[in-house]
Design a protein around this ligand. Structure first.
Ligand code: ADP
Length: 522
């Protein structure tokens, strides 16, 4: 009988994850009983060491892609967005408040501060945040330069002073985004999420009152009004996204357009690092995007959280996070093959490191039950072509970097009789052909990228950011105008996948298929 899947949690990793995995029949890794590599999922709240990516085995997954700090560190995010704004235009990358890294950008900040001091006759406010801290720690808001006092690296950002309020309270949205792959870029956004409220009414004449200006739960749960009824907000400081959706419904706005603009922010932000993240097919990452909506219903990106909190503080957390984790595990796509880990590991593992494949070795691979092979990239392609022969039923590959890769090859007949493997990975960045389209939804995770044949094509091989941004703009334009357009309904004419590629519109309750939705427009 196949054994259980095994998870390994590092230090402070979330209790809720342990609970969900145990309920699903997983076993927890025990270093006293198990070998170092004898696990299927290794989860850390902090970053993995690069060697942990290099030594991954086919049945193993990690919960972070390498090098995603380009969007999760406040200073790197500001820098990357500025670069994209310069390349692709400020009208496209206009969703994050102007930001400066201090002390380096101090002079540039001063120039902007002077320019905006009295913007159209209104005062301008700034928010200053420590680069290395989270959960609202060390943040302050100011109007006059004399109040800008800091003693560590900070980011100073234009303060969005006209937020949409509910019963007078400021809020932001925590959107859960899963990047299943960066090569090719494959993104899912969860339908559920959280709305996080400040616990004192919004008031620009008391900039020091963090309970009025910050929406972090870690701050507001200690506020004097956390437990009291606060108008429509109610007790506590969180709603589920479903409740927010219900609230939006009561307003006369183009809801779909709001969701799509948030979706655009997420895709455009991920595009800033997509080509610089090394490929790692066995990794997947959950990000928490914090979005503020202003009074004109324009969404703004505040920050991207690495390892968003998965603790349970209140009823809204209970409703959202358990389902989120469960859907995330489903996205990891474990199959019965991964359960054969222990058999492959203990009985049949042979490591062959080679720069050259001889005829004798080819025969050896065919006969061996399990084999790992380190090859250079050029050779990897040759081996991939060669090994797709009738004798071997499974072939996997892990890119180690631009110049090398590990192949894993398994003769499944010797491990599991005639059982055919359900998961076969062939090729790194070119693995996803038009015929291999990621599912439109997994639980409440909706695939938001690629969303049509053109974006699929533009994300295979070399990432064509310009083309992707054009497609995003076109779709957003249609949603804004309520007008249909043949090309988007049918996909790119020069692509084979037009008929089979469809997506769901992320955001609304019971999300419609994009093709049907567009066809129904006038
Ligand atoms: P942290 O990582 O410490 O949580 P954030 O950037 O998320 O830092 O900021 C904390 C809170 O401050 C946000 O949840 C939001 O309520 C408020 N905030 C942050 N930046 C802005 C901004 N530019 N305009 C308005 N409010 C902001």
């Amino acid at each position: 009988m196949a054994s259980s899947l095994v998870f390994r949690l590092h230090d402070r990793s979330p209790e809720l994850l342990r609970e969900v995995l145990l309920e699903r029949g997983w076993e927890e890794y025990d270093e006293r009983k198990q070998e170092e590599d004898d696990w299927n999922l290794y989860w850390r709240s902090s970053a993995f060491h690069s060697s942990e990516y290099h030594n991954l085995l086919p049945w193993q997954r990690l919960n972070h892609h390498p090098k995603t700090f380009g969007i999760t560190r406040k200073d790197c995010l500001a820098r990357n967005l500025r670069r994209m704004r310069t390349t692709f235009g400020s009208s496209l990358y206009d969703f994050s408040p102007t930001a400066f890294n201090l002390p380096n950008d101090y002079t540039r900040f001063l120039a902007e501060y002077d320019k905006l001091r009295l913007y159209r006759g209104h005062p301008v406010y700034w928010i200053c945040k420590p680069v290395d801290l989270s959960r609202g720690r060390g943040i302050f808001i100011f109007e006059g330069i004399k109040d800008l006092v800091y003693d560590c690296p900070m980011i100073v950002q234009r303060y969005i002073s006209n937020p949409l309020l509910i019963s007078g309270y400021k809020f932001d949205l925590r959107i859960y985004v899963c990047v299943k792959s960066f090569h090719p870029l494959t993104v899912y956004i969860h339908q559920e999420g959280l709305v996080r409220f400040a616990t004192e009414k919004y008031n620009l004449s008391s900039l020091q009152n963090l309970y009025s200006h910050l929406t972090n739960t870690s701050i507001n749960r200690f506020g004097p009004f956390y437990k009291t009824q606060k108008g429509r907000v109610g007790q506590g400081c969180k709603w589920t996204m479903s409740k927010f959706r219900h609230f939006l419904h009561s307003l006369d706005i183009n809801e779909l357009l709001l969701w799509q603009r948030i979706n655009n922010i997420i895709t455009l932000t991920l595009l800033t690092i997509a080509s610089s993240v090394p490929s790692c097919p066995n990794c997947l990452e959950l990000f928490g995007f914090d979005i503020l909506v202003d009074i004109k219903f324009k969404p703004w990106l505040l920050e991207v959280n690495y390892s968003p909190a998965l603790t349970l503080d209140c009823q809204a957390d209970n409703l959202v996070k358990k389902g989120l984790i469960s859907d995330l595990i489903d996205l990891m796509n474990y199959t019965s093959i991964d359960r054969l880990r222990d058999r492959a590991y203990q009985k049949h593992k042979h490591l062959c490191f080679s720069n050259e494949i001889t005829e004798g070795e080819k025969e050896g691979f065919r006969g061996s039950a399990f084999c790992l092979l380190l090859v250079n990239q050029h050779l990897a392609e040759l081996v991939s072509a060669f090994l797709l022969g009738p004798v071997l039923h499974g072939l996997g590959m892990l890119w180690l970097g631009p110049s090398s890769a590990i192949f894993w090859v398994d003769a499944w007949s010797s491990l599991c009789g005639s059982q055919k493997p359900e998961r076969i990975q062939v090729g790194g960045s070119t693995a996803q052909t038009g015929k291999d389209i990621p599912p439109v939804r997994v639980g409440n995770f909706i695939r938001t990228f690629p969303f049509n044949a053109a974006t699929l094509k533009a994300s295979q091989h070399k990432l064509d950011v310009k083309k992707i941004t054009q497609e995003l703009q076109q779709l957003t334009g249609l949603l804004a105008s309520g007008q249909s357009h043949d090309r988007l309904c049918k996909g790119d004419k020069d692509t084979d996948d037009d008929d089979c590629f469809d997506s769901l519109l992320w955001g609304p309750k019971d999300p419609p298929l994009l093709s049907q939705f567009l066809m129904n427009l006038e």
